[in-house]
Design a protein around this ligand. Structure first.
Ligand SMILES: Cc1cc2nc3c(=O)[nH]c(=O)nc-3n(C[C@H](O)[C@H](O)[C@H](O)COP(=O)(O)O)c2cc1C
Length: 215
């Protein structure tokens, strides 16, 4: 669907998920992430950029595993994560929209947990490429986990935490030769409905990842 059509449907509240492509398993146990591969940090930083042209090819499971671990996995004993959070609230959930269904990344189990057995990639943003790129991430803040953070700061602190996760994804993508772009031009209500979020959960940002289109 082109960007204008998507935007118009979004304005009318008609931006709907598509039927799933393939069977969505209720849980996907991800393989152990590869912590040794990748470019040296400075080279990855040097290559970081936003790209908006994606091939449709899916990411192989090991690469998806490493991507999600880099994004916001558990990286040490005691449950610490690859991105910071104010008072260690760990309030961000990473949702993963795949053609076969939408999942929540369970960092502790390093697994994907099914939340919607439909293809809701097209609901994750107004830009046309989100429909067909193999993977759209959605960053959601759960305010129920931020009880110790002053109310006035919860949204900005959660947004900062989501930004750190997004940068992890950018650097992983740069290191792996993947294309990615963080996106705020999204319909937060449509995404919340499609993911079945509760009123404590706030959709912050989305991010598309995939192989770059050949120039
Ligand atoms: C908070 C935020 C929101 C953004 N939203 C969008 C968006 O909705 N769509 C998009 O294509 N790019 C979006 N971007 C990406 C910027 O356009 C991009 O980072 C900027 O043009 C600089 O390019 P670079 O990332 O390649 O350095 C966003 C970036 C940030 C930080």
């Amino acid at each position: 669907m082109n960007t204008l059509a998507k935007f118009a449907l979004g304005m009318m509240g008609q931006l709907r998920p598509k039927p799933a492509r393939g069977d969505a398993r209720p849980t996907i146990k991800l393989p152990t992430p590869d912590r040794r591969s990748g470019l040296p940090l400075m080279q990855a930083i040097a290559r970081r950029r936003s790209s908006r042209e994606f091939r449709q090819d899916p990411l192989p499971r090991p690469q998806l595993s490493s991507l999600l671990w880099a994004a916001y996995g558990v990286n040490r004993r005691g449950g610490g994560r690859t991105a910071p959070s104010a008072l260690d609230a760990q309030e961000i959930d990473v949702y993963v929209a795949l053609p076969e269904g939408a999942y929540r990344y369970d960092a502790k189990m390093h697994s994907l947990v099914l939340v919607a057995a439909s293809d809701l990639r097209r609901v994750t943003g107004y830009q046309d490429f989100v429909d067909e790129a193999p993977l759209d991430l959605v960053y959601v803040a759960d305010h129920a986990r931020m009880r110790r953070v002053p109310v006035a700061h919860r949204e900005s602190f959660a947004s900062a935490a989501a930004g750190a996760i997004a940068q992890n994804v950018y650097l992983f993508a740069a290191s792996e030769g993947l294309a990615t772009v963080i996106r705020a031009w999204i319909d937060r209500g449509a995404i919340a409905d499609a993911l079945g979020l509760n009123h404590d959960q706030q959709v912050l940002l989305s991010q598309t990842v995939g192989y770059p289109k050949d120039k």
